[in-house]
Design a protein. Sequence first.
Lengths: 493, 301
Amino acid sequence: MIQLTVIDNNELEDIFKEYRSSLDFLKTSPFYIEALKTYDTYLSRLLKTIVKADDPFYAELKKRIAFNRELENKLATQGFEIHDLGNSNPKNILLKIVNLLCSENNKTKAFFDKIMDNNSKNITSVIISNNYDEDFITNQLKIIGIVNYEIIRYSRIDTYIKTIKREDVLFIDYSLDGYHDFLKYYSIDFDISLVLYEPEKLMYDLYVKKYQRELEVELASPFREKLSGIKYETTKQSQDTRSIALTIQSIIGRTNDIDDIEETEFESLKENPEFIDDLVYEYIIDYEEDLEPDKLDSNELVFDQFNKLVKIGKIRKGDRIRVYDERLNHNLYDIAAQEDEETFQLIEKYSYLWKNPLINYYKSNYITFQELFEYLKGLGLTIKDSTLRNYIEGKTMFPMRRADLNAILKLTKDQKLAEGMTRLLKYKRIYHSIMISLGKNLRGEICNYLQTKKIGNILRKDFTSETLNNFINMYMPLKTVKKIEINIKDEQS
Amino acid sequence: MELLNINYYKKLVNKFCRESFNNELILSDKFIDINYSFFDKALRTEDLNLFIQIPSTYLKINLLFANIFFKAAAEQFLNAEENPIYEIRDKLKANKRNKEYEIIEVRDGLVTLEEIIKGKKSPHYYPERHRDLSLQKLKNEYTKIDKGLRKSRLDNCRQLFNKLFNIDYIPPSFKSKSIIVCSKKIWESFSEIKILDSNLKSLIPSIYINRNGNETKSINIDPAIYFVSDYCTAYDYIIKKNIKIDNIIILDRKVDNLPTIIQDQLDKKFKLFGIVTTKIENPHVKVWKWLKEEIKIINEL
């Protein structure tokens, strides 16, 4: 049974109304802007966060919103600028919402209150967390002193349920991403508590109505009557109160697109809220020691001098860090493929979808590698020639950027690639999300090794204590941060 | 949530639950039994590719699949070879003795067997020979096997045939087969389903074929059912070889390639049935979608 804990927040509701009005204002003359898709994803991401104000999440989100140009570009096509909107400026209002939630942390409080409440009643909290929040939750619970809990991923719910022996568990989630998770939560036989803001609660109501409609459609379906020979008599008419909830749904954007997607892709989106836009936010770190600088993604973790994993956004000049060496990941693919054969078969299939035309084109057109590189560059290729060589040698699963995929498509004009492009992008995402998750486990093992010298299961496959020690000293030495530079790279669509 | 019309479910149970379901050979419940009957009906209805959708959190999914597997096997047993062909070098096991034999001569419809020596015997041991046995005698007293096999295994299997069809022999082969597409874990979970004095996996002759074509047998006799983890494997290692297939049953697999399967169906004329946990849509299949509330109501009736 789903139980809702709805956060009472008048100020949020007021600003939300203001935000909605500003979007409605854009729809009318003379702007005629129907929607701001990127803003929808930011809002959706914001509403489900539970980290505290000092987490780099808020600063980064504000930077992304500030950097974002969807509104400005759409206004420009009509000949307007953003200050023409006056006070009805969604960008500013959205930033106000970010500041409000950042300073209040109401969802965080409600979430931990629920866990403490469970704890006092000897109920085990089973927390459904995503990649981003897990560390924060674990640390907080340690500080509060709660041990009676478990954290699981959304994609592991079905497996987990089969192993539950006790009755006294309560599932907890603090976001509702779409109809998919609503359905899953609705159908499990255990109690689940959802900690939601009022706008999210309105979406929940929408899903309940949608489910009821689906129920009625299925029960009354002609096929059911034909197969069973029995007609279902409905007991009452359903009401059609979709209007308000639909507006809300349309501005907590992701959910709108999400309803028709497949389960595996939904899982990867739910578990990896970092994939919210195409911006790649990069940290470039220079060191005091005579070592190469590092380029790291904004959601990467590094080891501090106490051998703890910390977010790169929290590192300051003068800190000493170790940076994870990607070579440790070489086994991860095989491990992941064993865990989920079906998905990995599909991942491999779509990986060949772009590789084969590229390699065939190269081989059958009697061109040199340099010529291939030049042609592709002319069609928008963004990578270096050494990376292209990796592509040709089949060493890469998927190109990082869509621009590179598009260049390959334009050059080879491969029909299958064109038709399969949407699915390819989907499996590229799924692949990256699984590898990130596994990578986290491996990083966790390195962390554990650095702190306790114990070698975990994944590491054990490749290292002894001595060889691991050597590896770390050679490839992951402690380095002193001299300078940090932040770059936003726009992935072209 | 709206209250459902209980009478509808009472009617469903009355019509589709077998009266004897509680006394059947495998454990079942009302919900599972209704699906068993739907499966049966689908097999007998022309031009119906039935898919049943259930919630992904349904807990008794292994038991449901076990019942479907059992039904599929029973259907195949109906197509068992009644008039077997015996050839030189075929291996047979005596039903009443723990001995195995090889056919060394076939002449004028009569067969001569020679014992396959197992274990240590004295150097003067002369292998048994049974000369000029009629086909009828072979059929009644011996079972065709592929490799060595424990007598108890065969006895249990024969007992199953007996319970189902009142015959006291195991057919040497099945004229046609069925294919079940499911994960290997499901196939292995059938060893936990009790039936007679043994378990479902050990009693029904089946083969699991992996993506590379490697075969694992459940019993060393001709299989009634092939298990594969995806349709492509089925196509490459079974269908392409023109083995006659009666039914293809899909259990909890994503069916991305439904159009391909339908296309092959036009050619090879098998029946298609499935139980899935995700949405499925195709103009050539009909879907019955069970909702969580219904399952609860049915089992509580």
